[in-house]
Design a binder for this molecule. Structure first.
Ligand SMILES: C[S@@+](CC[C@H](N)C(=O)[O-])C[C@H]1O[C@@H](n2cnc3c(N)ncnc32)[C@H](O)[C@@H]1O
Length: 261
């Protein structure tokens, strides 16, 4: 499963506009499905970006990260650095701004590699219709930065919990989260599993808490009514949820922020 650096921008924007102003003390965050593709430049950036955002805002946080696959969790446990090819930052101003925000929030200078770091390996992949080789990445440079200080500390002191489980039945005990991110995950699950996952996540959403979910539209199982899925306003109300904002929408995809009533 893959992910990339610009994913999560919508969620961070939403967090800063809507979710954070109501948080007074520790913010409890659940991230479901982080993704990785055997490749350090396709690492799960959302947990780091959320951590960096909260750290910069001076908000203490607890984070639970659930993934059905052990590999992304192992990566989170051991990762020292983030890597972004210059090629990716050149795709559009939003990608570059997102990286610059990350650097500013964590108080880091941009460092650009042109030589392979010891132990760093990554695969060629198809992007924008063309094959981008490792050599081409290195020639144009690979931006690198450390993970947020708070994130490193919390991995050691238990402030961040990594849970290998299917979100449909993940044991979340008595946890209540102010923010749940479940992006590009539910399309991978059949409708029955989606229903169980929505029950599980909404049961652990604090009153007034927010959850982001989406449909990719062109692939996998639809979730939201508008895309042909089962989750309409009535089902949302049964879960104690309502759509607060549509964060992104095309004719075939949708990302929504939900609020627990
Ligand atoms: C396509 S990646 C999405 C990564 C990231 N959220 C993003 O938007 O880029 C999907 C991730 O969800 C995980 N996943 C798939 N089914 C899951 C389930 N039932 N419960 C928890 N995680 C799941 C996969 O292992 C993978 O890490």
């Amino acid at each position: 499963m893959q992910t990339n650096q610009s994913r999560g921008r919508l969620e961070i924007d939403f967090l800063s506009r809507k979710a954070m102003p109501s948080i007074e003390e520790t913010c409890s965050v659940l991230i479901v499905g982080v993704g990785i593709d055997n490749d350090p430049i396709r690492c799960p950036y959302l947990p780091y970006n959320i951590g960096a955002y909260l750290e910069a805002e001076g908000i203490d946080y607890e984070m639970t990260i659930v993934d059905v696959d052990s590999k992304p969790l192992a990566d989170l446990r051991t990762r020292q650095k983030l890597y972004v090819p210059n090629h990716n930052l050149s795709v559009g101003p939003k990608s570059r701004r997102f990286w610059e925000d990350y650097l500013a929030r964590t108080g880091q200078e941009d460092e650009v590699l042109h030589e392979m770091e010891k132990g760093l390996m990554f695969y060629d992949y198809i992007d924008n219709g063309g094959l981008v080789s490792s050599k081409a990445y290195l020639e144009s440079g690979i931006h690198t930065a450390q993970i947020p200080r708070s994130f490193r500390e919390k991995l050691h002191n238990g402030g961040i919990s990594l849970l290998e489980a299917d979100i449909a039945r993940a044991p979340l005990a008595d946890a209540k989260f102010e923010f749940v991110s479940c992006s590009n995950v539910l399309y991978l699950i059949p409708s029955d599993g989606q229903k169980m996952a929505m029950v599980n996540m909404s049961a652990h959403l604090a009153s007034g808490g927010r959850m982001v979910v989406n449909d990719l539209g062109y692939v996998g199982t639809p979730l939201l009514m508008r895309q042909g899925g089962w989750l309409d306003e009535g089902k949302l109300a049964d879960l104690g949820l309502a759509v607060e904002e549509v964060l992104a929408e095309t004719s075939s995809s949708q990302t929504v922020a939900l609020r627990k009533c």
